[in-house]
Design a protein around this ligand. Sequence first.
Ligand code: SF4
Ligand code: SF4
Length: 174
Amino acid sequence: MGVFKLGKMTFGSLFKKPETVLYPIETKPQPAGLKGHIAIDVETCILCGMCDRSCATNCITVNKQENYWEIDRFQCVQCGYCITVCPKKCLSMDPNYAPASTVHKADRFDVPTQDAAPAKKAAEKADAPQPAAASAEDVEKTSEAVDSALEGKIALMDPEKAEKVRAALAARNA
Ligand code: SF4
Ligand code: SF4
């Protein structure tokens, strides 16, 4: 490269915005499909261990006794295979890189116990708005409509049977 060309490039770069950013303080927008890090939705995980058994680098640990899911991000090669084998679809590829670290440690996520799930659902149900109780007027109107429909059916029966049905209804309502 000629001296003139090199000088032009060097001089030109003095007035251009740098191509690099101060990572991890600054980050560039992530392109679609970038393999950043594996993320888990712990609410959906059932601790089946499929991801643990399928991981090529053995970096996932599923502990059903202590209810946690753990990943060693230093060993993960972002192949994405665990995402495809998870039966609950609770693993995904987050396009953001995991934070830089100088300490080798695994990321542990506590998974809610399956025993806690019905209790959680019951609490959600209790918080949900309940339908308004029917008023006494509505109840009376409904029972009048039922009586009228029944009377229509009884009227079509033979007189002896109709009499028995009326007697049974009167005994029930007494
Ligand atoms: S992306 Fe690949 S290496 Fe990383 S945890 Fe999943 S299966 Fe293992
Ligand atoms: S395969 Fe999915 S549901 Fe099973 S332990 Fe792994 S993350 Fe949880």
